[in-house]
Design a protein around this ligand. Structure first.
Ligand SMILES: Nc1ncnc2c1ncn2[C@@H]1O[C@H](COP(=O)(O)OP(=O)(O)OP(=O)(O)O)[C@@H](O)[C@H]1O
Length: 386
């Protein structure tokens, strides 16, 4: 049994990176998978490996093809092109109930007239397992989701979060190799949702089941996933760890979709001997210096510079040795733990800067309509070339 503190999760997860190991075999492989519905392409030549024990998230806007990709893995849809392999075997023609894959939907779809216990036992009974095996498995699953005390209740006697856990127990009862979760926490309020995220992560580690979760909530994906695939219009845009997606987004779409970001357009003017790229950006107080590993940029090339709001500062004096924009404080949003400043540049563009409120009182806080400088260091920014 895994220690259920989040520190233990961190330790387990830090060393878990089979995708970086050339000798590791994926559990699931999508090979150029395409799905067409009459004239529309829902999934467009997706090639993707998912590893055993991985908590994998498909993230993207509504209609980008996340559910269709999962439904093909579950066997509810057949690909129009390409193959899906599980443990090296082609799944083509294998019916859903013969795949070691189970799916948990957002609408928990518990049987209303059955007790919690009977709901969890349902799939096992259908399989014709002996009674004592079923009873032991049901008890194990209810313990796993901490619902033993509620075994005799009917779904309508449970809260949303409790129903969600029963659905999870039911989906896991047959011990699938892969559990597909389609917006599993969509119906929960924010607080319960966050708690349940950590519970779900604990359970996934405890069982070692491969989880593939669909979500359009980027914070949820960042919290839970080992890796995230960002999808747009049926295609994979970037597949990487949450940290890489956030700190090194591949393009504008990813930078914009995951987290808050300021994007300013500019032109490459050259590279310093230190390796910093020089970018001329309209409205900046001097040329920008950006530390970006991209070697392929050319002078004269149009690029975008992306900076997260928490990596910028607001000050009355121009920050020395930093990139800077000058503007006027347009809005201040106080969120308790954070303050958000919206600064209007002279050409009308607005940049957002956030500051963590680490003390309760600030002397002479920056006020509306003040002239201020926004500063950021060369390594706070990334260059987006597409
Ligand atoms: N059975 C179907 N027939 C026709 N078009 C479909 C069918 N299922 C999905 N589509 C279309 O395929 C595209 C992808 O749908 P999909 O449900 O995979 O998106 P999604 O990313 O899961 O969206 P959401 O977050 O809204 O659930 C959409 O344009 C959708 O309208």
């Amino acid at each position: 049994m895994v220690d259920k503190s989040s520190r233990a999760i961190g330790a387990v997860r830090q060393s878990f990176a089979p995708w970086n190991d050339p000798s590791a075999r994926p559990l699931i492989r999508f090979e150029g998978v395409t799905k067409r519905f009459s004239d529309a392409v829902a999934v467009d030549s997706v090639t993707l490996d998912v590893y055993e024990n991985e908590f994998f998230c498909l993230l993207g806007p509504s209609g980008c093809g996340k559910s269709t990709l999962m439904r093909m893995l579950a066997g509810f849809e057949e690909p129009s092109g390409g193959r899906i392999l599980l443990g090296g075997e082609d799944l083509a023609g294998v019916p859903p109930y013969e795949r070691p894959v189970n799916m948990m939907f957002q609408s928990y779809a518990l049987f209303p007239h059955m007790s919690v216990e009977k709901n969890v036992a349902f799939g096992l009974k259908q399989e014709g397992l002996p009674k004592d095996v079923i009873a032991a498995r049901v008890a194990e699953m209810l313990k796993l989701v901490q619902m033993e005390r509620f075994a005799a209740r009917k779904p309508h006697q449970l809260s949303g979060g409790q129903r969600q856990r029963v659905a999870l127990a039911r989906a896991l009862a047959k011990k699938p190799k892969v559990l597909l979760l389609d917006e599993p926490l969509g119906a929960l309020d924010k607080k319960l949702r966050e708690e349940t995220q950590f519970e779900l992560m604990d359970i996934q580690i405890e069982l070692g089941t491969t989880f593939i979760m669909v979500t359009h909530d980027q914070e949820e994906a960042m919290t839970m996933a080992d890796r995230i695939a960002v999808m747009d219009a049926g295609r994979l845009v970037q597949v990487a760890t949450p940290g890489e997606i956030y700190e090194q987004p591949r393009n504008r779409f990813v930078a914009d979709f995951v987290g808050d970001v300021n994007i300013v357009d500019g032109t490459v003017t050259g590279r310093e001997p230190s390796g910093l790229w020089r970018i001329a950006a309209p409205g900046a107080a001097g040329p920008l210096a950006v530390d970006d590993p991209d070697e392929s940029l050319d002078p004269g090339q149009a690029v975008a510079v992306a900076v997260r709001p928490e990596k910028m500062t607001v000050s009355r004096e121009r920050p020395e040795g930093e990139n800077a924009f000058e503007g006027e404080v347009w809005d201040i949003g106080y969120l308790g733990d954070w303050t958000v400043y919206r600064i209007r540049l002279d050409d009308g563009r607005i940049l957002r800067v956030t500051r963590a409120n680490t003390t309760r009182f600030v002397e002479r806080p920056i006020d509306l309509e003040e002239r201020v400088f926004i500063g950021f260091l060369p390594d706070a920014a990334v260059i987006l070339s597409s």
